[in-house]
Design a protein around this ligand. Structure first.
Ligand code: PLP
Length: 392
């Protein structure tokens, strides 16, 4: 398969390796190991004299199909799939950092990413600084000669802050650092960080890539050289690999990713428009709304707004809990990117580790909720929200 496939075709056919049975649907190779005809063949496999699979901790045909399809979709040089999105973030950082290095990151991050950068890396002598990602002066002031990785999430979880990826890539490159983007909220369909200057892209495939809340997974994408020189051996020796079964689910889900993400976005925009007119809603954050503080920047980087809406319910935490408890179609869950609409209260769940002051810095208030808009009929979602808001 050539690299000239358009994205929607690559999502359906990219990376397919057919077995001798000529199956239409990609095969699930649920195997840990591989057999060799002879002992000599095993030696040649281990010394790279002959191509082939050795052990599924390093490579497996189903996982490879998923990685190659993602590589084509993202326009990257290569990819590695991991057990979870957090395994992707942690492996991508640890594989190329060492004691004495510095990481510069935006402060509006998913809670576990913030833990890895703020608490875990410093235990190993890798210092970090977190800045307000919207403030380019703050990025410039905090970059150091020993900064090796600049990390950001845009739109951010949960308050949909937008970061100027091109400008931050230039700041990173000015000291020879690489820009790593967590592109979970935008998905590869709506935002292409490598084209905006990023060097490494990471995903929680658990979210829109699976899209039906079944499997955990992650993906790291970059140039062929960066993967070969940094990630390949790290993954092989430390083993944060995805299971072939989960990779197969992700691979098959990619076939409908474009359709699903666009429908999630259309539904989310309709929900955001409805919420903006509701008297019990104090604030709505959604990238395509003209009221979003970085609406213009968002639209210069993204094709559509994505499936997540953040909003503040009047009446603080108590009013918000009464509202969420009254929802019937929309379910309470901290996952996102599912075909089912899911709502969560970040201050008491995904971002409860932060202090109240840190939460305020990234715009998480007592009444803030994050709604992952699903694939239901949007009128049912709007009616559900409208009925539940009576209780706020
Ligand atoms: C922005 C972002 N990054 C990373 C992760 C971690 O992904 P996972 O739950 O697959 O480890 C999540 C999910 O919770 C997320 O929302």
């Amino acid at each position: 398969m050539t690299k000239t496939l358009r994205p929607k075709t690559a999502l359906v056919h990219g990376g397919t390796m057919r077995s001798q049975f000529g199956e239409t649907s990609e095969a699930l190779f649920l195997t840990s190991g591989y057999v060799y005809e002879t002992m000599e063949a095993a030696v040649k496999r281990f010394t790279n004299e002959e191509p082939g699979f050795i052990y599924s901790r390093f490579a497996n045909p189903t996982i490879r199909m998923f990685e190659e399809r993602m590589t084509l979709l993202e326009g990257a040089g290569d990819a590695r799939a991991t057990a979870t999105g957090m395994a992707a973030v942690t492996a991508a950082l640890l594989c190329c950092l060492k004691s004495g290095d510095h990481v510069l990151s935006s402060q509006a991050l998913f809670g576990s990413c913030r833990f890895v950068i703020e608490e875990l890396l410093p235990r190993y002598g890798i210092t970090s600084t977190l800045v307000d990602g919207r403030d380019l002066k703050a990025w410039k002031a905090a970059i150091r000669p020993n900064t090796k990785i600049v990390f950001l999430e845009s739109p951010s979880n949960p308050t949909l802050e937008i970061i100027d990826v091109r400008a931050v890539a230039d700041i990173a490159h000015s000291v020879g650092a690489l820009l790593m983007v967590d592109n979970v909220f935008a998905t590869p369909i709506l935002q292409r960080p490598l084209e905006l200057g990023a060097d490494i892209v990471v995903y929680s495939a658990t979210k829109h890539i699976d899209g039906q809340g079944r499997c955990l997974g992650g993906v790291i994408l970059s140039s062929k050289e960066w993967i070969a020189d940094n990630l390949h051996n790290f993954m092989r020796q430390t083993g944060p690999s995805i299971s072939p079964f989960n990779a197969w689910v992700m691979l098959k889900s990619l076939e409908t990713l474009d359709l699903r993400v666009r429908e999630h976005s259309r539904n989310a925009e309709a929900v955001a428009n409805f919420l903006e007119t509701h008297p019990k809603i104090a604030r709505v954050l959604y990238p395509t709304l003209a009221s979003h503080p970085q609406h213009k920047l968002a639209m210069s980087q993204m094709n559509m707004g994505g499936g997540i809406v953040a909003f503040d319910v009047a009446g603080g935490q108590a009013g918000t809990f009464r509202f969420a408890n009254a929802l019937k179609v929309i379910k309470i869950s901290n996952n996102l990117g599912d075909s089912k609409s899911l709502i969560t209260h970040p201050a008491t769940t995904t971002h409860q580790r932060l202090t109240e002051e840190q939460r305020a810095e990234v715009g998480i208030n007592a009444g803030t909720v994050r709604l992952s808009v699903g694939l239901e009929d949007v009128q049912d979602l709007i009616e559900d929200l409208n009925a539940a808001l009576i209780h706020a």
